[in-house]
Design a protein around this ligand. Structure first.
Ligand code: NAD
Ligand code: TDX
Length: 342
């Protein structure tokens, strides 16, 4: 089988490329990625040595390039990871989120209609459900929870999900969607909470926690997300949505303290800064459907996953130092320079 993986040079996409090459020695993987600030060919260094892997630099909004690739490769499946993925950036500049996340998805769906595929899989997020109150630990997102978005990022992801389901209903494109909770692990871009805190702690810089740090996220080790996508795209029912999460809820402050413990650094590095506008309070996934229908369960617990992640960042200093030395400097100064204390 030939599988097009879009956004495969990013965090989850690159982990997924390795997962597929290893798990399915009969399949070819073609990665289509624009290499935005978040895409990094270094993430695919090992894959590029594999004859079953091909990399193509292109924008998912570029109809001509997308159609040319479909024509050449005649893919059996398409898995769409390509997206603008950082909530804070979507607050600064929503336009590119709508373009890539919605129109890019449409371009891929149109190619699937034209050329025919056995499955189009959309990698979505639990953020499409909005948030849950902190004082109702009995509530979880199910696949039937209303779509109720908070940020331009989550609104664009929800728009894409609606389009995917519409193309199934109207044009019979065989689609599936996974909505996963927060991922962490190797190749996580250092603008996101966990790698940002690891890299700051290693440099003895302050750790900027938004608001009071009481917001809750449901963390899943990236490898477990990859195994869930692999299962759903191959065995999940067409036209269905599957939530993915491992019941690993932590406040941001707990996560930051775990990082500091792992690195043997003092909690005095923590600084509370101005909150994110529209900051979602709590995400919590009910993974009952994917477990019940497909038998999926996560394999890596939070303590083990965090230990592995911190070790990875310690062993790959050159990877993140190269990122921190580039354009990212300007981003950090712009976003955090005038943030002040909470
Ligand atoms: P990322 O930002 O690390 O990577 C995104 C990748 O997409 C990059 O390689 C980038 O170059 C590429 N890309 C961006 N715009 C493109 C375009 N127009 N054309 C082609 N390629 C383009 O993101 P991530 O954290 O790996 O997330 C991957 C997907 O998973 C996203 O769709 C995101 O919404 C979803 N998701 C992420 C998480 C998480 O915790 N990170 C959780 C649930 C769902
Ligand atoms: O410097 C920070 N300080 C801080 O307190 C940053 C970057 C984040 N935070 C908080 C905000 C969130 O409550 O940490 C939490 C996690 O923040 P992010 O890493 O930005 O992730 P989040 O906003 O939860 O979104 C992530 O999970 C869902 C991904 O970036 C999305 O792509 C995915 O859909």
């Amino acid at each position: 089988m030939t599988i097009i993986v879009t956004g495969g040079a990013g965090f989850i996409g690159s982990n997924f490329v390795y997962h597929e090459l290893k798990k399915h020695p009969e399949d070819r993987i073609v990665c289509l990625d624009k290499l935005t600030y978040a895409g990094n060919l270094r993430n695919l260094e090992e894959a590029l040595k594999n004859p079953r892997f091909r990399f193509v630099r292109a924008d998912i909004c570029d109809r001509e390039a997308v159609n040319r690739l479909f024509q050449e490769e005649k893919p059996d499946m398409v898995v769409n990871f390509a997206a603008e993925s950082h909530v804070d950036r979507s607050v600064e500049d929503p336009g590119v989120f709508l373009r890539t996340n919605i129109l890019g998805t449409q371009t891929l769906l149109d190619a699937c209609r034209t050329f025919g595929i056995t499955r189009y899989h959309q990698v979505s997020t639990d953020e499409v459900y909005g948030d849950l109150p902190l004082d109702r630990p009995d509530l979880f997102f199910t696949e039937d929870t209303n779509i109720h978005t908070s940020s331009p990022y989550s609104a664009s992801k929800a728009g894409a999900d609606m389009l995917v389901l519409a193309y199934h209903r109207t044009f019979r494109v065989p689609v599936s969607i996974t909505r996963c909770s927060n991922n962490y692990g190797p190749y996580h871009f250092p603008e996101k909470l966990i790698p940002l805190m690891i890299t700051h702690a290693l440099a003895d810089q302050s750790l900027p926690v938004y608001g009071d740090g009481a917001n809750v996220r449901d963390w899943l080790y990236v490898e477990d997300h990859c195994s869930a996508i692999d299962l759903v795209m191959r065995r999940g029912r067409v036209g269905e949505v599957y939530n993915v999460g491992g019941h690993n809820e932590r406040t941001n402050l707990e996560v930051v303290k775990t990082v500091l413990r792992e690195l043997g650094k003092p909690e005095s590095l923590i600084t509370f800064v101005r909150d994110r506008p529209g900051h979602d309070r709590r995400y919590a996934i009910d993974p009952g459907k994917i477990h019940g229908e497909l038998g999926w369960l996560p394999e890596t617990g939070f303590e083990e996953g965090m230990h592995r992640t911190v070790q990875w960042y310690l062993a790959h200093e050159d990877w993140w130092k190269e990122i921190l030395a580039g354009e990212y400097q300007n981003y950090y100064e712009h976003m955090y320079g005038n943030r002040g204390k909470a």
